[in-house]
Design a protein around this ligand. Structure first.
Ligand SMILES: Cc1cc2nc3c(=O)[nH]c(=O)nc-3n(C[C@H](O)[C@H](O)[C@H](O)COP(=O)(O)OP(=O)(O)OC[C@H]3O[C@@H](n4cnc5c(N)ncnc54)[C@H](O)[C@@H]3O)c2cc1C
Length: 290
């Protein structure tokens, strides 16, 4: 059986681990990039790259067909029996934005896509920890429920992040991957065509690494014949400098579960997580219980 995993980001590597290596992992990048640690570089130099899992094939996929289950790589067509597609989304202006934020004296940042607010808030919190005056244009993660937005709002004012309108910089909305052309909305098994599973940022909804990893595991298990359904949840730690906010909520998917924990330990947990995933080459492992 020829099982292909396309993309070796958060979702792809976890699908590959769930398939216990009985698949071919194809990616156009020779490394695994951990964006949580990448963003911390707004505060201080932090490693964010690790090696790929053993056996990964580094090639650019030039075309694919969901129904036909084939891809084009290196000018040849490869037919799959099953596929996990985890090619992510596109953020073409991200690196430039982070460079501009880093060199701004009074950075102010808003978002085009409300589910990206947690990224904008964390970016500003790092700049604030450098002693800069910062302003945020957006909601205090209102889409995660009232309890979350109240604590985030209070915490932002506690550390001196101003909230207002007319921000200089914008985190532009994520764009669909060009080989897919749209964001996908599969059911809980993540199957979009028979034997074709999708995971990560190429789905409609919040773009979150923690969620992408869980999706990757579910997609990989289903591709290996071990039936599993996704229970989507938003889990993230915001580092406020003095403390961390550990947020969990399934409100964006129609649920009612909300938990917000505030403590200095949660901040240290975020630092641990950044190191853990680089060491584990993106493998979620025990952190799936966090
Ligand atoms: C600045 C920033 C900070 C973030 N911080 C956090 C955070 O603190 N916590 C959190 O949970 N999430 C965070 N995220 C979100 C998280 O990074 C994404 O949700 C996650 O990367 C999605 O994983 P993915 O596997 O779907 O896509 P990606 O990680 O983007 O992986 C896509 C893979 O597909 C490959 N690929 C793409 N096109 C091709 C092609 N044509 N041929 C071959 N291979 C291809 C890429 O090389 C890559 O290996 C952050 C995102 C950003 C941008």
């Amino acid at each position: 059986m020829n099982v292909l995993v396309l993309g070796a980001g958060y979702a792809g590597v976890n699908a590959y681990y769930a398939l216990r290596g009985k698949a071919t992992l194809i990616t156009d990048s020779s490394t695994f990039k951990f964006y949580t640690a990448y963003l911390r570089n707004l505060l201080r130099v932090t490693p964010y790259i690790s090696k790929l899992p053993k056996g990964a094939v580094i090639e650019r996929i030039n075309d694919l067909d969901l129904k036909g289950k084939w891809i084009i790589v290196g000018g040849r067509k490869v037919q799959a029996d099953k596929m996990v597609i985890a090619l992510g989304c596109r953020r073409p202006r991200l690196d430039q934005l982070l460079r501009e934020l880093r060199s701004s004296n009074r950075p102010s940042l808003g978002v085009e896509y409300n589910y990206d607010e947690y990224i904008a808030i964390q970016a500003l919190l790092y700049l604030r920890q450098r002693g800069l005056e910062v302003k945020y244009c957006g909601s205090p993660l209102s889409w995660l429920g009232e309890e979350v937005s109240k604590v985030v709002d209070d915490s932002l004012s506690e550390v001196g992040v101003r909230v207002g309108e007319s921000c200089e910089f914008q985190l532009t909305a994520p764009e669909p991957h060009e080989l897919i052309g749209r964001f996908l909305s599969p059911g809980p098994s993540l199957e979009v065509e028979p034997g074709v599973y999708v995971a990560g940022d190429l789905l409609e909804g919040p773009k979150l690494g923690e969620l992408a990893m869980r999706m990757g595991t579910v997609a990989g298990l289903n591709a290996s014949g071990r039936a599993k359904v996704l229970k989507p949840i938003f889990i993230n730690i915001l580092d406020f400098g003095k403390f961390g906010l550990h947020i969990r909520s399934d409100v964006p998917w129609g649920g009612t579960y909300v938990s917000v924990k505030k403590s200095p330990i949660r901040r240290l947990m975020k630092r641990f997580i950044e190191k853990y995933y680089l060491w584990r080459k993106g493998r979620m492992g025990i952190l799936s219980f966090l």
